[in-house]
Design a protein. Structure first.
Ligand code: SF4
Length: 236
């Protein structure tokens, strides 16, 4: 990784900066080694909209696990066309059928950590080769696990800078932006799905439930693994 920054100072400055300022900084400092990683949920959509005015050709990576809802595919196709995204659909080494033949049927029920490793974290790590920094839609209000999310950190799992420009935004602020600019969003949100992943591991929730409570409902698992790391708070 060729970039070195004082993360403590940057995080202090970024707390009162706008997401646009942070995206501008990231684009200016990482240039072609910056990517957006998004599953096209609401924060990702706002990120991509803001980048239209800042750095519209920024590479966008999305994980196509083979278990994505049809509604999510439709949204990705629509936004790819509307924003003319420089988009890569990152796919696992094995198809769903090949995985079933190697590891047995319905691996996500028996060992979701292994399934996420094969279909999400390993393909993402591979796709991030050549990038020094990646932008994520993590927000502190999404769950207790995410309550201390720094705006910029070094992600120890990928060894790269991870930038969360919306870490201190609320879900309400994101929806206000989406409606103000009349941006499209996943229609599943209107059917009780506040957080959307693979159809195999996502269910609708009832009003008042934690927004990520519909993910991996029958397991203690709360994260796919992409964001499980110990952030290195100071410059490397
Ligand atoms: S969310 Fe479920 S189906 Fe998707 S990769 Fe993880 S365990 Fe597998």
């Amino acid at each position: 990784m060729s970039h070195q920054f004082d993360l403590h100072t940057l995080n202090q400055q970024f707390e009162s900066a706008t997401p646009q300022d942070i995206l501008r900084w990231a684009s200016a400092n990482f240039g072609e080694t910056l990517a957006v990683v998004t599953s096209f949920q609401i924060t990702g959509i706002v990120t991509l909209h803001m980048l239209q005015d800042i750095a519209p050709h920024t590479p966008v990576l999305t994980l196509d696990t083979g278990f994505i809802f049809p509604e999510t595919h439709q949204l990705i196709d629509a936004l790819e066309h509307r924003f003319m995204l420089n988009l890569t659909r990152v796919r696992p080494q094995q198809s769903a059928i090949e995985q079933a033949s190697t590891y047995g049927d319905r691996l996500w029920e028996r060992n979701p950590d292994q399934c996420c490793r094969l279909r999400k974290t390993q393909p993402l790590d591979q796709a991030l080769r050549g990038f020094d920094g990646w932008i994520t839609g993590l927000r502190r209000d999404q769950s207790l696990n995410r309550a201390n999310t720094p705006i910029i950190s070094i992600d120890s799992r990928t060894g790269r800078y991870k930038i969360a420009p919306f870490a201190n935004w609320s879900e309400e602020m994101i929806w206000t932006y989406i409606h103000a600019y009349q941006l499209p969003y996943n229609t599943l949100h209107e059917m009780g799905y506040p957080s959307i992943g693979c159809w195999t591991c996502t269910r609708a929730v009832t009003v008042g439930d934690d927004i990520r409570s519909g993910r991996w409902t029958n397991h203690s698992k709360t994260e796919c693994g992409i964001h499980l790391s110990h952030e290195v708070k100071q410059h490397a």
